[in-house]
Design a protein around this ligand. Structure first.
Ligand SMILES: Nc1ncnc2c1ncn2[C@@H]1O[C@H](COP(=O)(O)OP(=O)(O)OP(=O)(O)O)[C@@H](O)[C@H]1O
Length: 395
């Protein structure tokens, strides 16, 4: 039974009224954070008369469509080579209002037997909790023997690349998120729940800071993020620290898998976690808490700027294949920049290749201080004037 304080934290950050009646895919690596998340969500759902037991919702269909070898225990489990989910085989697609939980694990297959054990441990946990289970695997990873990682937003061609080529942190995340997204979409789920903790948030912000970032990067990992129109990534443990999560698991006698590669400080995030933060704590014992508070404050500012940005967009932007924006020299550049970034998202243009200098130049253009036509990353052409015209030219 999950620890009461953990349950309280999740209730506060993500009240069950928001998710118990819809589908939730829980990304579970087998590590402490996501094991705690899965146990807690199953417990909360059961207490409000939701999910576990709902496995029937997808089980009825899945049993008919998945090979016998992919099922085990009381959980219905789908094994998905390359991370693809058999269309229509999972989830509550019957259109009813019943919620469901699916534990999803991606086996990158980078740690041999250990990867298989991770997958197996999540499968068993799901079985014990009465929650559906689905596994994705990197190409070339045999059924119960290789695995993968998690991601945050991009879509990589996981199906086309050999597992050994996909080993850097960002690519692993991208492959995982792609798998989780496809699983959620095909299951008809509304949420993907991930086990990021407050410590992950601090490490991420430090990483952003040192690599170079703007206000969005300083606001850390968002507790909720939309993926398209009908899917939301939720991180209900984002305000809970790693130690409390482990304490809660110990208190309930729930084991988890330790990933030995977390000790490898060649990975940047591990170096921040294992070397930098412990060093900082020798001088500033509460540094991570202080950084956490700064992230919260930054997020508040970010929210304010984004609501101003939305209002600005309503007043200055008219849609169409080409973006047409009225020039405006009055509004603060921070609001204009945030509005332009939201515009980029709406248009489906990649923000990744856009550097700070590009946003600054765009904001200058909106303020009427740029007269030359210029081209931004992603073949986006900007024609200054009033109105300003922005369009993506065909590559
Ligand atoms: N292989 C995986 N399969 C499915 N989901 C994953 C996988 N790896 C990570 N995730 C999800 O992404 C979240 C963050 O991943 P990250 O790599 O930062 O943490 P982790 O050390 O694996 O965390 P955890 O202790 O939660 O397992 C995890 O909490 C989990 O929800």
């Amino acid at each position: 039974m999950p620890n009461a304080s953990l349950i309280r934290s999740i209730h506060a950050s993500w009240p069950p009224a928001r998710w118990a009646d819809v589908g939730v895919v829980v990304g579970c690596s087998g590590g402490a954070d996501s094991v705690a998340l899965l146990c807690s969500l199953a417990q909360i759902a059961a207490s409000v008369g939701g999910p576990p037991g709902h496995s029937v919702a997808w089980g009825d269909r899945a049993r008919a469509e998945l090979p016998d070898s992919t099922r085990s225990g009381s959980a219905t489990s789908g094994s998905v080579p390359g991370g693809s989910v058999p269309s229509g085989s999972v989830g509550n697609q019957s259109g009813g209002a019943r919620g469901f939980l699916i534990a999803a694990h991606f086996n990158h297959g980078l740690r041999g037997d250990q990867s298989d054990r991770d997958e197996q441990s999540v499968r068993e946990l799901a079985g014990r909790l009465g929650v559906d289970f689905i596994a994705g695997r990197s190409p070339g990873v045999a059924a119960p023997s290789v695995s993968a990682g998690l991601g945050d937003c991009a879509t990589l061609a996981a199906d086309d690349r050999p597992a050994q080529l996909i080993s850097d942190e960002a690519s692993l995340r991208a492959v995982r998120i792609d798998f989780l997204t496809r699983t959620a979409k095909q299951a008809g789920a509304r949420y993907i729940a991930l086990g990021h903790s407050a410590d992950d948030n601090v490490e991420t912000v430090l990483h952003h800071l040192m690599r170079g970032t703007g206000p969005t990067g300083l606001a850390g990992i968002p507790p909720f993020r939309s993926v398209g129109d009908d899917l939301v990534i939720a991180r209900p443990l984002i305000e809970v620290d790693r130690q409390s999560i482990r304490d809660a698991l110990r208190a309930m006698g729930q084991s988890w898998r330790e990933d030995a590669s977390n000790q490898n400080s060649d990975y940047q995030r591990n170096w921040i976690r294992n070397e930098l933060i412990p060093l900082v704590r020798t001088r500033y014992p509460a540094a991570d808490k202080a950084i956490g508070r700064a992230i919260e404050a930054q997020r508040d500012w970010r929210r304010l700027v984004e609501s101003l940005a939305d209002r600005w967009l309503e007043q200055h932007f008219s849609g169409g294949p080409a973006v047409v924006i009225e020039a405006d020299s009055q509004t603060d550049a921070a609001v204009v920049t945030a509005a332009l970034q939201r515009l980029w998202d709406r248009q489906g243009w990649a923000r990744g290749p856009m550097k700070r200098a590009h946003w600054v130049r765009l904001a200058e253009t909106v303020a009427g201080r740029e007269s030359q036509r210029f081209v931004l990353p992603g073949q986006v052409e900007v024609q200054p004037g009033n109105p300003i015209r922005i369009a993506r030219t065909q590559a």
